[in-house]
Design a protein around this ligand. Sequence first.
Ligand code: CS2
Ligand code: MG
Length: 420
Amino acid sequence: MNRFAQFPAQTYRDAVSPLKIVSAKVIVTCPGRNFVTLKIETSQGIYGVGDATLNGRELAVAAYLKEHVLPLLIGRDPHQIEDIWQYLYRGAYWRGGPVTMSAIAAVDMALWDIKGKAAGLPVYQLLGGRCRSAITVYGHANGNDIEGTLEAARQYKDLGYKAVRLQTGIPGLASTYGVSKDKFFYEPADAGLPTENRWSTEAYMRTVPELFEKARMALGDEIHLLHDVHHRLTPIEAARLARDLEPYRLFWLEDAVVAENQQNFRLIRQHSTTPLAVGEIFSTVWDAKQLIEEQLIDYIRATVVHAGGITHLRKIAAFADLHNVRTGCHGATDLSPISMAAALNFNISIPNFGIQEYMRHTSATDAVFPHDYRFEEGLLQVNESPGLGVDIDEALAAEHPYRPAYLPVNRLLDGSMFNW
Ligand code: CS2
Ligand code: MG
């Protein structure tokens, strides 16, 4: 029996009858990697779930929710999603940032889940319905060297992916961002204390153009190719790399430079037509305002769990749409299947969807988070079940206790602290 069938369609009166939030809990689980989940329960037995995972800082968000948010929710009408969002955002006084906005995001996702279940509709139907039949996704191909990366890319192409991100090991460097031990499942938070990588921009800049030249020869012109610089270049270095990659027609070059100084991207724009993507670490629209207004980027990567949930992400997408910027939501394995389910309901309902990152979760994670979305021929099909179409198996979650895990740090060869 479909586990979501318990929520039958209800008339409007029933759907908005006085529901009250009666309890809420934070569930931290580690089926191979840590996830933080918020579960909000209501007076009619309808409950909603939200993802609150912030890779490497999970317990900060769990504490923020438990100590400073959950007491404020009890007794409220869960249908008042926008008012509760504004209450938590303005009421904190200290606005924005990844911890606060991940906590607000979890509440927002759970409330949309409740509203969908109460209405007997998938959340995307409450967001305006379908703008497309399914969601195009990209996978992560990586290897210790170029040939290994291309071999992984062929596997993704054989699985039906229409788009694949390529990250390769760099000759002379023991490790680098994006190259994982397990070639199919990538989890960078790999140790109880941060592991230290060493970095050489020169070696990187020599390797990446060769990677994409060989990729185009090996994979053809049809498949979309993407690359994540992961914040590691200066603006002029990024401009040179973007120009060097133009012959290989990337779908996007991601996080070419750090984006605290949004005008960094003006220099890249002056030198290259390679499309640019940024924003997975953004918490609100204010982190991207100049980038979008000046059309310094082509894709905004802000994600449902780190940018305030569906409610705020829709505002970012609407603002981006005014400036011909499309979405490209972050979808790494450190965002739970709850985030993916919410992202798909968001993606299917907006006019300026670009692409969705889809790093598959392990079977252990999927068992803890049963969900109705499914992968078919390079596309993700969104749930038709009420709400977000995802759940958490609390008994199974309890079998996987939290395990401290930190993201790596990066230093230059001379030991200077750098960006990972
Ligand atoms: C990466 C992420 O998927 C991406 O584009 O930037 O894997 C990122 O490194 C992790 O989410 C960090 O936890
Ligand atoms: Mg990235």
